[in-house]
Design a protein around this ligand. Structure first.
Ligand code: HEC
Length: 117
């Protein structure tokens, strides 16, 4: 199936990419609070880099590292660590020791980023 970027993907990967895009624009992940993404009509912020073409700039590993825990690259980053529970303060007790994204959601977000060539 064709993505908005015109890539022809197998149906299963297409579904994962679409689920990832839905998460990226969701209130849960709030990526678009800080990042612009292509083909999205809603409001977007520019505190972080535009994610258009990010898969051409960064390897899958480099993208995963940033989404999981950007503090490992820049300790002063404002980007939340989406797949780490280390060193966080003021966490609501009901979310303690829980990552923001589940493993499945993380893989969906990374599939979507990987489609942004
Ligand atoms: C509060 C703001 C904020 C939020 C929310 C945020 N980011 Fe970021 N992001 C940044 C900033 C700022 C950078 C630039 C590097 C740095 O300062 O750490 C960045 C860098 C990145 C990069 C590297 C981009 C490049 O071109 O180098 C990726 C990929 C990324 N973010 C993806 C995401 C995804 C996916 C989400 C949601 C799951 C997200 N970000 C949520 C602020 C944010």
């Amino acid at each position: 199936m064709l993505t908005a970027q015109g890539q022809d993907l197998p149906t299963e990967l297409f579904a994962k990419v679409q689920a990832g895009k839905a998460l990226v624009v969701s209130r849960e992940a709030q990526c678009t609070l800080c990042h612009r993404i292509p083909e999205h009509a809603g409001a977007m912020g520019d505190l972080g880099p535009n994610l258009e073409g990010v898969a051409s700039r960064l390897s899958p590993e480099a993208m995963a590292l940033r989404v999981k825990d950007s503090r490992r690259i820049n300790p002063y980053t404002i980007m939340p660590p989406y797949f780490s529970t280390e060193g966080l303060s003021q966490v609501d007790p009901k979310f303690k020791n829980q990552t923001i994204l589940s493993e499945t959601q993380l893989q969906q977000v990374l599939s979507y980023l990987g489609s942004l060539k």
